[in-house]
Design a protein around this ligand. Sequence first.
Ligand code: GAL
Length: 351
Amino acid sequence: MKKTLALALAVVMSLGLLASCGGKNPPAASQPAASQPAASQPAASIPEAPAGGGTIGICIYKFDDAFMTTYRNSLEAILKEKGYEPIVVDGNNDQAKQNEQINTFITQGVDALIINPVMTSAADQIIATVKGADIPTVLINREPTAEQMAAYEKLVYVGCDAAQSGTFQGELILDTPNKGDINGDGKVSYIMIQGDPENIDAQLRTEYSVQALKDAGIEVEQLNLTRGDWDREKGQTICANDLAQFGDKIEVVFCNNDDMAIGALQAIQSAGRKVNEDIYLVGVDALDAALNEVQAGNMTGTVLNDANGQAASAVAEMEKLLGGATYTSGNQSVYVDYVKVTPENVGDFMK
Ligand code: GAL
């Protein structure tokens, strides 16, 4: 009876959390009916729900990533508060190392895994491994395809719709007084500083930021596109090189994330340019540092990549899996909404 109550509570709590995350397309889980007595469940198919207990293995692609640092801190805090024991490991951006870490967690007998893959292309292998070990798993941040996910019924992906963040970046430029055309030559000339292009976030932000301008009937000119791998220093170097090469021609600097935008800002300031006067600069993530720069007028805007909302959703999905939920429809992705951050509303996002 006690167990049934605990299970019911876990399911109710996870549903509440998911609802509060603004997710779209919630997965069609076959949940064990919380009101049914445990005895009527097919014993073998319902794993013991720790309901606030159990060891959770968390694999992060690399600790040295500003956004994923906020995300993993949030995951740890939520899990601890709920009585779980999270163990977080650093993949050092090395898929082979992460594969070993997953195997070690499996050998240690963790109750569930939360994995931020190093390479999206490794998803098949990761999914086969966790399926072989029958471990409930939540993948985060780097989205596999629906077909890949469908291979394992105790697997959920939690992330965001990357196209939406790109569109919001384009809209931030459209919201400026001259719609990005600072020199009035009838087109918006930009550079694109891209994240790791293997990652769908980098691909879709690159595409949809510019698409938003085109959809508004604006002519665009790409002066350069360079991969900066989500990294602040690379953002600075790339932007400095582009400013040296293209000078005043650059009207907009699109960065796939805030850390690269902060780096780009350093280059912009060193070159004596002034954001929102003679150049525009946008990022994604809403890191604290970026929020400060938006407020100070040194960034045109950013997009909230809701680390806390995604962490809460990941834990909620993990609890559903621990409670016995399985997914057979292939509808295994949960999305948390992005939010546009402008100089007008930035105060709402600051702590
Ligand atoms: C993105 C985020 C980047 C980086 C990347 C790692 O969602 O915007 O800053 O953390 O994930 O995969």
